[in-house]
Write a protein that binds this ligand. Structure first.
Ligand code: G3P
Ligand code: MG
Length: 243
């Protein structure tokens, strides 16, 4: 079972920053989950919220700033005890770094609250620029973005992301729509979902899993990956189990 670092090593470092990504790599994570949005000038940036208020020293919507303007803000607001200054990374900056590692990247398109028209094509083009088609998994809470990625690039892996109860027969849905993975909130994961995904050949990437008891349960269930805020402890735990 793989360990993906949720927004990088976000349990200890400012989420969705190059520091959090590099620290996840140092912690031996197998992959990184990150969130992507469009700026005013249609540049791809890595940030979770539609607004910059919670994670930076600025205010307002990502979509109302150009990349150059966003770069002026300090993105080391949460966990500033471990990192004093950081910028909002562009996806280009991240992919240029990750291409020289073995990391898998779970690119979550944040199109569920505000739909950024053209973001699927733009993100795919950037992935192709760095020849990282085999090292990415696209996901989104907006199923239309997942469908669109699969339509544009059938060989690229995609996962359907859900919350608030999930979908009971998710395995079947993913199979019917040629999705590769199901990404449920751990709170919604039932034995029925685990069995259904297995029957349909759909891999499970479960978020956000930080406790070892649940990690063990998912290991026994043959999940593909956990998405966690603290990648180091699960890696050590799983390495011991797999010995
Ligand atoms: O992709 C898994 C997880 O990141 C989804 O929720 O809100 O943390 O992006 P959120
Ligand atoms: Mg996310």
């Amino acid at each position: 079972m793989l360990v993906f670092a949720h927004r990088g090593y976000s349990g200890k470092y400012p989420e969705n920053t190059m520091t959090a990504f590099k620290k996840a790599h140092e912690a031996n994570a197998d992959g990184i989950e990150l969130d992507v949005q469009f700026t005013k000038d249609k540049q791809l940036v890595i940030i979770h919220d539609e607004k910059i208020d919670r994670t930076t020293n600025g205010t307002g919507y990502v979509k109302d700033y150009t990349l150059e303007e966003l770069k002026q803000f300090n993105a080391a607001k949460v966990h500033n005890e471990t990192c004093k200054e950081e910028t909002i990374p562009s996806l280009d900056e991240y992919l240029n770094w990750v291409k020289d590692t073995n990391l898998i990247t779970n690119i979550e398109l944040k199109t569920g609250v505000y739909y950024y028209s053209g973001i699927e094509e733009a993100t795919l083009n950037l992935v192709k620029k760095y020849n990282l088609e085999d090292k990415v998994i696209f996901s989104s809470f907006n199923p239309l973005s997942v469908v669109k990625i699969k339509e544009l690039a059938p060989d690229i892996k995609v996962g359907l992301l859900t919350e608030s109860g999930g979908i009971q027969n998710a395995g079947q849905l993913c199979k019917d729509f040629h999705f590769d993975y199901y990404h449920p909130d751990k709170k919604d994961l039932t034995q029925e979902t685990i069995d259904g995904c297995k029957e349909c050949g759909i891999g499970l990437n479960v978020w956000t899993v930080n406790d070892l008891e649940f990690i063990h349960k998912l290991y026994e269930a043959n999940a593909n990956a956990i998405i966690t805020n603290y990648p180091d402890i699960p890696k050590i735990y799983l390495n011991n189990l797999q010995k």
